[in-house]
Design a protein around this ligand. Structure first.
Ligand SMILES: [Zn+2]
Length: 420
């Protein structure tokens, strides 16, 4: 809207000007604060409405005209001049930071000092300003519009690539890239490797091996591995591998070629860790991967050593008695110091065996996720029932263990495909 005189205006705008006059009789207001109080009276952006009103009323005689002139120069009894003096500079800073990032979308957010919000509320209540929009929202819209027009980026309220956070308390702006999530499956080809970095003495872990390479590719600040369960330090993860999501925290790059990244990881980590199936994922994938981990069936290959001798008949008996059998397992003694003492009921679906020597054999076990295999074999002093030791009537223990497959539920794969 731009009119030179009040007489030329349509009715709605005349209401706006009357309201503006009322306000300026008592207060000095900047274009943002005045505009936000009158926001819904015009189809124009609130700050444009505010500026137009101030320009028109600056021609008036008396206190209204004086206050309008002060408002145009940035004086304001609500924000104390903070918004018009600081906002343009913060937007310029944000533009510089954004130019260093790879992104398609953003959204602005604003933190205002409590006293500004209080004065805004008070003024709104005192003058019955039903036409107001909050100053915070107006600032966000203004910043969104300027940044979008200068960069060509999309403004996206739902999961933007980057949050531009204006802090009027510290007079700072922070540009915060949202995490990037990459789904994949890893195979651990070497024993003696922890999964995550929480073990302080662990030098190389699955998380750090894969994470360091991904961090460099995405120019991220940090990373976090979210995996569907974990295997022990001395257990290999073979077959198609264990599903995981790597979260890249505050990445500067978002458009990394995942096929190339996969090749790079696999050539650098040859013989140690390999990844496959890398795809873009989401935060929801992380939740699903955690929730569905215990629902994923696992197939293990164990090398079992027995104190006595084994016979083919005893192995046949073992296969028969353990297949399609419900196992009642109390939390293993070896993890009791960090896990609650619970009773788990897990199914073993299928067991097959192959003798290696008089006192050792190979055993393939298909079972529910979350069943502890070492204890299924040795019995953990009666805490796992039944067990290989119990059925054979001989002390048995697991001398080597590999996970050879993890069967992933369709729901998880569908979620991954959506973002692929
Ligand atoms: Zn103001």
């Amino acid at each position: 809207m731009s009119f030179d005189t009040i007489e030329e205006m349509p009715k709605k705008d005349k209401i706006a000007i009357e309201q503006a006059k009322e306000l300026l009789k008592e207060h000095t207001l900047c274009e943002f604060c005045l505009g936000s109080l009158l926001a819904t009276l015009s189809g124009d952006a609130p700050w444009e409405l505010g500026r137009n009103m101030l320009e028109l009323l600056s021609k008036e005689k008396g206190v209204v005209g004086e206050n309008a002139i002060k408002g145009l120069s940035g004086e304001c009894s609500v924000c104390k001049g903070l918004v018009p003096s600081v906002l343009p500079e913060l937007i310029n800073k944000a533009l510089v930071s954004l130019s260093k990032l790879e992104l398609d979308s953003f959204k602005s957010g604003t933190k205002l000092p409590a006293d500004i919000v209080e004065r805004e509320d008070e003024l709104r209540a005192r003058h019955g300003m039903w036409t107001a929009e909050s100053l915070k929202v107006v600032i966000n819209k203004y910043a969104d519009e300027i940044i979008a027009s200068k960069t060509g980026l999309d403004v996206k309220s739902d999961k933007p690539d980057v949050l531009v956070s204006f802090d009027f308390i510290r007079k700072e702006v922070e540009v915060i890239p949202a995490s990037v999530y990459v789904f994949g499956r890893y195979r651990k080809l070497k024993r003696g490797l922890y999964q995550t970095r929480w073990v302080p003495e662990a030098e190389g872990t699955i998380e750090s091996y894969i994470g360091d390479i991904m961090k460099a590719a995405f120019e991220a600040e940090d990373y976090k591995l979210h995996a569907a369960g974990r295997e022990d330090f001395d257990v290999r993860m073979l077959g198609r591998g264990r599903p995981f999501v790597m979260e890249l925290i505050k990445p500067r790059k978002r458009r990394v070629n995942l096929e190339e990244l996969e090749r790079k990881i696999n050539s650098k980590l040859e013989g140690v860790v390999q990844v496959s199936d890398l795809k873009k994922a989401s935060k929801k994938t992380v939740i699903l991967i955690k929730e569905s981990s215990s629902l994923m069936r696992k197939i293990y290959l164990a090398k079992v050593t027995v104190e006595g001798k084994i016979s083919l008949e005893s192995l046949k008996k073992l296969e028969k008695e353990l297949s399609n059998r419900l196992i009642r397992q109390k939390t293993p003694t070896r993890v009791l110091h960090r896990r609650a003492d619970l009773l788990r009921e897990k199914m073993v679906y299928k067991v097959s065996t192959k003798p290696i020597s008089e006192s050792s054999f190979e055993m393939t076990i298909e079972c529910d996720g979350g069943l502890y295999i070492k204890e299924l074999i040795d019995g953990d002093g009666g805490r796992t029932k039944p067990s290989v030791s119990e059925i054979l009537g001989e002390k048995a223990f697991c001398s080597e263990l590999d996970v050879i497959d993890i069967i992933v539920p369709d729901e998880l794969m569908r979620e991954v495909e959506v973002h692929g």
